[in-house]
Design a protein around this ligand. Structure first.
Ligand code: FE2
Length: 125
């Protein structure tokens, strides 16, 4: 988590969506659940990223463009996974789990923390 109460609430919601893929054995995650999670992630991530980007813009965060590129990278990865899912590929789950574990976990704990701490310093200055 990054330390901003509103953003961390968003992160908790994102992880709650993702948790459905990790709660049980991989073989117990149905194809329809993968589809639901992909759809919910696409909807919620877009909303959440817009929220973060507004806060970074308001704080004049100098790393804003790079951070937005990272959000776009996630949306692009998700879009590829949705395409793979829609072609009926049942092997989409390990890649989706990997993206969520590697990208989302690292981004929310490292990159978001850096941008939030910059905003906090601006408020204190
Ligand atoms: Fe972010």
């Amino acid at each position: 988590m990054c330390g901003h109460p509103d953003i961390d609430l968003d992160h908790k919601s994102l992880f709650a969506i993702a948790a459905r893929l990790f709660a049980t054995k991989q073989s117990d995650v149905s194809f329809s659940v993968i589809g639901e999670v992909l759809s919910q992630l696409a909807d919620y991530a877009g909303e959440h990223f817009a929220h973060e980007e507004l806060l970074m813009d308001q704080a004049d965060y100098p790393g804003c463009d790079e951070h937005i590129c990272q959000h776009l990278e996630f949306i692009q990865k998700l879009s590829i996974l949705i395409d793979t899912y829609e072609r009926g590929r049942t092997d989409v789950l390990p890649e989706l789990q990997s993206v969520l574990f590697d990208w989302l976990l690292n981004h929310t704990s490292d990159d978001d923390r850096i941008s939030v701490s910059f905003g906090d310093r601006r408020i204190q200055a």
